[in-house]
Design a protein around this ligand. Structure first.
Ligand code: SF4
Length: 227
């Protein structure tokens, strides 16, 4: 680490975030704990800031021409849980944050039903920029953008991932299958367990999937408790 370039306020802020992730309410006394655990966390935070900067300037695909802004989580917080959606909604595009507006409210209700909250998760999207005119992201856009998500996963190292909708199986599975056949089953991706389910927005058009999502969430909870 280059000590000449340390910003003390940045380091203190990150240190308190780190303690909060570990559920500490008091400062630990051991010097080894402070240095040995915090320094890797801080370095990860810097890698995260680099990634954020890259995404915020990205123009690798045509969606950069029509988006308002790329949609990403702005703070590094190492979480055990990650939730991944498909691509930004109109609200996400406006506010710059995944799961803004009504989709976020619906997701919050879904998660509360299994005793979790949206803030327990690191939120992300497969494609970071909103496609124009309500179209879906194209294959090339998906393949270009997915590397950002994989880099987020490398930094966050979630134990469990809840993946919503039809796009996540396309990037996580070697042989993508329809969501209807893989939902609610655990899949391994690197060190994480992924559970796929329907996107909350799909429930609005097809109320029958509400029960299926509920079953998948219960499975997610069961694996979460055993990790
Ligand atoms: S969708 Fe992804 S790859 Fe395309 S411009 Fe946005 S951030 Fe870059």
């Amino acid at each position: 680490m280059d000590h000449e370039k340390i910003n003390p306020l940045y380091e203190i802020k990150k240190y308190f975030q780190y303690l909060s992730v570990l559920d500490y309410t008091l400062l630990p006394r051991h010097r080894e704990f402070l240095l040995d655990s915090f320094v890797p966390f801080l370095e990860k935070g810097k890698d995260f800031d680099t990634l954020l900067e890259e995404i915020s300037r990205c123009s690798k695909c045509s969606l950069s021409r029509t988006r308002k802004q790329p949609v990403i989580e702005k703070e590094f917080h190492s979480q055990k849980l990650m939730v991944i959606g498909e691509f930004p909604s109109r609200d996400d595009d406006f506010y710059g944050h995944p799961f803004s507006g009504s989709t976020g409210e619906m997701l919050q209700k879904m998660l509360l039903s299994i005793g979790l909250k949206l803030k327990d998760f690191y939120p992300s999207l497969v494609v970071k920029c909103k496609p124009p005119a309500g179209r879906l992201p194209e294959e090339e856009e998906l393949n270009t953008c997915k590397n950002y998500l994989f880099r987020e996963i490398t930094l966050i190292k979630p134990k469990m991932i809840l993946a919503l909708g039809n796009l996540p199986p396309k990037i996580f599975l070697n042989k993508p299958e329809p969501i209807s056949t893989i939902r609610g089953r655990p899949f391994k991706f690197r060190e994480s367990v992924i559970i796929f389910t329907y996107h909350p927005n799909y429930m609005l058009k097809n109320p029958a999937v509400k029960r299926l999502i509920w079953e998948d969430l219960k499975t997610f909870r069961k694996y979460y408790e055993s990790t």
